[in-house]
Write a protein that binds this ligand. Structure first.
Ligand code: PMP
Length: 352
């Protein structure tokens, strides 16, 4: 064995959903949007002076922060931008969870949290969801080193009211509570108002889902200035220019097109309700979803077999071989036409 081997970091990484490159598949496995970005994005790209790419991007990100400020009713210095919310969340873990005590998050939630804990040597405890797959707020009132709540949760899609998030924040005033709102725009209400009421809450959102822009890798956190400054300091100790100039221009143009944003989100919600109804006719039970995906099970079939069958038909959904959820499939909501294809394939599987 090479002598250097023992010095190499050995870590089990997060495994994202497959990104098959073929164009004739129906991709319902990574919660992207089926719709193109706003037409304003196209215009902004066409107008963009490519010569600007010669320079490092602005790290003040004035235009983009200005657009977000108006949407979320926060100040520019209460916004932190990063390369996807994965980067923002990783930096939050690095910045805020240094007490040496265990941080808490649900046993069934975004599976990147465990990976960051291992990467940054943060102790953690997975708090079980109840039998209905809901987060029980009182379970987060014990002494801890921080709390992470995904709302709506993933992969369950279940939404928690802001008043309940507020109770968790109030009962944890000695640590930071992160609210990961990757899917909040599909029917939930953001907890962002809490950042002006409490100094220990950070709300994280992304452009990858409701803003149809997973390709630009843009995420952001909103919190009081002191927390944002702490995040900036950690980021600037690691990599200063994280958000490319082109991403900033695209994101600002997208943020300003509220009408298109609402139209896309509403179409997803309509397709979601239709899909849930159709699946229920076929014997599926679906957890109540306020996200752009559903989590569904059918007691009379094997979820893994359905997953494999759908894949053989070119329909990609997500299956997790994990305790409690190995009979469920997570299905991203696509266009109405894509969901019709899905239902057709499910019927074919059931009639086999
Ligand atoms: N949080 C949750 C709950 C997610 O499901 C995802 C998407 N995988 C992310 C954060 C990260 O999204 P992105 O890095 O694309 O912003």
């Amino acid at each position: 064995m090479q002598k250097w081997k023992k010095n190499i970091r050995d870590i089990e990484p997060y495994v994202p959903g497959e990104q098959p490159q073929s164009s004739n598949i129906i991709k319902l496995n990574t919660n992207e949007s089926p719709f193109a970005p706003s037409p304003q994005v196209k215009k902004a790209i066409e107008k963009y002076d490519y010569e600007k790419l010669r320079l490092y991007p602005s790290f003040v990100c004035k235009e983009l922060k200005g657009a977000l400020k108006d949407i979320y009713n926060v100040e520019e210095d209460e916004i932190f931008l990063g390369n996807g919310s994965d980067e923002v969340l990783a930096l939050c873990f690095m910045t805020f969870f240094n007490s040496g005590k265990k941080i808490l998050f649900p046993d069934i939630t975004y599976s990147f949290y465990d990976v960051w804990c291992r990467l940054f040597n943060i102790d953690f405890e997975r708090v079980p969801l109840n039998d209905d797959f809901c987060i029980v707020k009182e379970d987060y009132y014990n002494e801890n080193g921080g709390v992470v709540i995904t709302n709506p949760n993933a992969p369950t899609a279940i939404y928690m009211e802001v008043s309940e998030i507020e109770d968790i924040v109030k009962n944890n005033d000695d640590v930071i509570v992160i609210v990961d709102e990757a899917y909040i725009d599909f029917g939930g209400k953001s907890a962002v108002e809490l950042i002006h009421k409490y100094d220990n809450v950070v709300v994280v959102q992304t452009y990858s889902k409701s803003r149809n822009l997973a390709g630009i890798r843009l995420g952001f956190a909103m919190a009081n200035r002191e927390l944002i400054n702490a995040l900036e300091a950690v980021k600037n100790s690691f990599n200063s220019y994280t958000v490319s100039s082109l991403s900033q221009v695209i994101a600002a143009a997208s943020a300003r097109d509220v009408e298109y944003f609402e139209k896309c989100v509403n179409e997803i919600i309509t397709a979601r309700e239709w899909t849930v109804e159709e699946l229920s006719r076929l014997g599926f039970e679906t957890l109540p979803s306020k996200a752009n995906f559903i989590f569904t099970t059918n007691k009379s079939i094997s979820a893994k077999e359905l997953f494999d069958f759908l894949k053989s038909k070119g329909i990609y959904v997500r299956y997790f071989n994990k305790p409690r959820i190995d009979q469920y499939l997570r299905i991203t909501i696509g266009t109405k036409e894509q969901m019709e294809e899905l239902i057709k394939a499910v019927k074919e599987f059931l009639n086999k």
